[in-house]
Design a binder for this molecule. Structure first.
Ligand SMILES: [Fe+2]
Ligand SMILES: [Fe+2]
Length: 164
């Protein structure tokens, strides 16, 4: 079964009813690097949720750019410090990116509503991924004396959110 089509993210609807679109403490890892990136991600998801059809492709592209930097940042930390379950964590990221790219194609083809479906799906995914995968990575780094997960060299800051 092709699990990359946008229809796979349509099930939760567009209201993220289970989790809403606001930042919640469930997403806080008390790790400045992770938390700053995840707060930016939530701001972009909110922008996706609010975007009108005319701006949707732009916001989807900005969200993809930010997410690529976000995932690359975590992958670099895992590589630098030999995080054992790196492939499991990277696999989750890759699945999300496949869906995002499929949604971009649909939005570019004129189906802007998929951007709002994506927003709801991303918010629900984030509430599963951060307290599990990212929490384990953050805790693992701290156990090795890498508190506050320093920004790895060569990894650019995530692009700033343009929500206006
Ligand atoms: Fe993350
Ligand atoms: Fe992650």
């Amino acid at each position: 079964m092709d699990n990359t089509t946008p229809s796979t993210v349509s099930q939760p609807g567009t209201d993220a009813s289970a989790v809403g679109f606001d930042w919640t403490d469930q997403l806080a890892l008390n790790d400045p690097l992770f938390d700053a990136t995840h707060r930016e991600f939530v701001e972009l998801i909110q922008a996706l949720h609010r975007a009108d059809d005319a701006r949707m492709l732009e916001v989807v592209n900005t969200t993809i750019e930010h997410t690529e930097a976000h995932f690359r940042q975590e992958t670099t930390l895992m590589q630098l410090h030999g995080f054992p379950p790196i492939h499991c964590h990277d696999g989750e990221h890759a699945n999300v990116m496949e869906v995002m790219l499929a949604v971009r194609d649909r939005v570019a083809a004129g189906e802007a509503h998929y951007g709002r479906v994506l927003a709801a799906a991303l918010m629900e995914w984030l509430h599963v991924h951060v307290p599990t995968m990212d929490a384990v990575l953050s805790a693992w780094l701290r156990e090795r004396g890498l508190e506050e997960s320093p920004q790895p060299a060569g990894v650019p800051d995530a692009p700033r959110v343009q929500t206006g």
